[in-house]
Design a binder for this molecule. Structure first.
Ligand SMILES: Cc1cc2nc3c(=O)[nH]c(=O)nc-3n(C[C@H](O)[C@H](O)[C@H](O)COP(=O)(O)OP(=O)(O)OC[C@H]3O[C@@H](n4cnc5c(N)ncnc54)[C@H](O)[C@@H]3O)c2cc1C
Length: 522
């Protein structure tokens, strides 16, 4: 069968409007936040797991590769390939299938966005342990599971995969495989473990092993008592030590820091006027009337002047069941920060982020419309300071070329669970935006920015700098989320481990058609 007949069969199955072949649309689908690849042959949008399975089977029967795409909010070429491929866009599989408060789980279709799950659970006093990424207005839960994403709740509860009980995954031959207790005859998806952990196998695979159709996540009580606290530090080592200590004692649901450069980028981008707009949300999130007024007044009075231009900033959110527990954790964080040289400042940043967790993704460009790309790694706390210094040394060694192309870099730091520090250098450089940015950044932001001419040379330098950082990270035995086609999973793991995962890939995907190249496999 020719490609044309395959596309016609897919159109018959899904309806023509759900099989995209328009060249402009395909150009858009050939881009992520950072990169561009060949256009896929077509983009298909199945509406349920049966259609998903059948259409994947139809595509691979013709030796054409599958590229799974959730919200598309990634920047590691996870769904981009130069091979002849059909992209599966999960944007129609967004249902919240079951919220089970008796057995404490929720099942969603993989294309469901974090913001929709958040809204659905908000009044039920429950949450998933990790409950979203900062990109959650567009990013999907299936994408999060495939990236092993982090942010809200990750300080205490770890990465996305730690919140998942089970999944239904479509493999390249169009079969639906169930993991967790949902795979047992007569059971329900209430528990992850029964024999080897097959749920774990599909987490963080960036779509290399199959397309997630549905996911079941744990539910936990939403801890109502919140405390927010921020500190300025004179240097990175105090910030890193404080984050590590807060992590070790499992004190904060989110704990993160910015270096002075990234802090200033945030300040340039956001205005106090916007903070005040967000105030409505801050006020709404507080319990009593007095507390609402106090919080509002604090954010307004604090403004942004308290952020010293040279300071590292540290922010923590405490989420506990009772007043007493919350205050205890807050006071302990204060003690830790003091020991490491932190000076307490207004807590507007964590308060605003929490009150309005899923904002438009305008941060995918710089304040003047610069291009933006982060690169991250996770190391044990004991290596974080040395690695931070190694990253700074690396930037120092590249200062000339960075200055030549006006490439700037800052740092985001956070802890993931109690054993890992995540370091995320973030690059900004003047360069032309892509169609991807025009479709995903808000119009009023696009109108405000001046924009830049295309600078392919600068982009190439950023790619090399990012690659150079991967060498630095490798020296520290770092691990990564969001592997896609960027992080060196297959290159950095031991050969016996690589043999095992390659063998598994060959069994599940013998023709190598499931997102080939993702994880560096196939
Ligand atoms: C402004 C901004 C803020 C961000 N903040 C965070 C953050 O706080 N934390 C964080 O971890 N990341 C963050 N990210 C990165 C990214 O948005 C997340 O990793 C997010 O989880 C990606 O989800 P998505 O649905 O957009 O996935 P996509 O980008 O569509 O896909 C990501 C990978 O998963 C695969 N995939 C997607 N859906 C499926 C599926 N159903 N089955 C199998 N494979 C699939 C794709 O093939 C690809 O390899 C941010 C990005 C931006 C632009």
């Amino acid at each position: 069968m020719t490609t044309e007949t395959l596309i016609s069969s897919l159109s018959q199955k899904l309806g023509q409007e759900h099989v995209i072949t328009d060249e402009n649309e395909l150009t858009y689908y050939g881009q992520d936040v950072f990169s561009e690849a060949n256009k896929p042959l077509a983009v298909i949008r199945p509406s349920n797991k049966k259609e998903l399975a059948e259409t994947i089977g139809m595509v691979t029967e013709h030796d054409i590769a599958i590229l799974p795409r959730g919200g598309g909010m990634s920047y590691t070429s996870g769904y981009l390939s130069n091979r002849q491929s059909v992209m599966v866009d999960m944007c129609r599989m967004t249902d919240i299938i079951e919220i089970n408060l008796e057995d404490m789980y929720v099942t969603v279709e993989a294309g469901c966005r974090w913001v929709d799950l958040y809204e659905a659970l908000k009044d039920k006093n429950v949450k998933t342990p990790m409950w979203g990424t900062l990109s959650g207005l567009k990013a999907s839960i299936g994408g999060g599971a495939s990236q092993n994403s982090v942010f809200f709740g990750s300080g205490q509860n770890g990465a996305m995969s730690d919140s998942i009980i089970g999944m239904e995954v479509v493999t390249s031959d169009g079969k639906i495989v169930t993991t967790g207790s949902g795979a047992i005859e007569n059971s329900t998806p209430f528990f992850r473990h029964f024999g080897p952990d097959l749920t774990g196998l599909f987490t963080g695979d960036t779509g290399a092993l199959g397309v997630k159709a549905t996911l079941t996540l744990k539910l936990v009580p939403d801890r109502p008592e919140k405390r927010f606290v921020s500190f300025n530090f004179d240097d990175y080592s105090g910030t890193l030590k404080a984050i590590a200590d807060v992590a070790r004692e499992n004190l904060a649901s989110e704990c993160f820091g910015f270096d002075p450069f990234l802090q200033q980028q945030r300040m340039k981008r956001e205005s106090l006027a916007k903070d005040i707009k967000t105030l409505g949300k801050v006020i709404g999130s507080e319990k009593g009337f007095t507390s609402k007024l106090k919080s509002a007044a604090e954010v307004v009075i604090a403004g942004r002047d308290y952020m010293k231009e040279t300071s590292f900033t540290f922010h923590a959110v405490v989420s506990e069941m009772t007043d007493v527990q919350a205050d205890k954790h807050l006071n302990r964080i204060r003690e830790i920060a003091n020991v490491h040289g932190g000076i307490e400042v207004a807590n507007s940043i964590p308060k605003i982020i929490h009150a309005h967790p899923f904002v438009p993704l305008n941060n995918m460009i710089g304040p003047e419309g610069e291009r933006w790309v982060p690169v991250h790694c996770l190391v044990p706390h004991s290596r974080a300071i040395d690695l931070f210094e190694a990253i700074e040394d690396y930037f120092e060694s590249k200062q000339e070329v960075m200055e030549k192309y006006k490439i700037e870099a800052g740092h985001l730091i956070l802890n993931i669970g109690n054993s890992a520090t995540l370091l995320e250098p973030v690059f900004f450089w003047p360069d032309e935006l892509m169609e991807f940015h025009y479709r995903n950044v808000e119009e009023d932001v696009l109108e405000r920015i001046s924009g830049f001419e295309a600078d392919e040379a600068a982009r190439e330098v950023v790619i090399k700098l990012r690659d150079g950082l991967l060498d630095v990270f490798a020296d520290y035995g770092a691990t990564h989320f969001q592997i896609g086609r960027t992080y060196r999973y297959s290159k950095n793991i031991k050969s016996e481990t690589l043999d095992l995962i390659t063998g598994i890939k060959n069994v599940i995907d013998p023709k190598g058609l499931m997102n080939p190249g993702s994880l560096g496999l196939g």
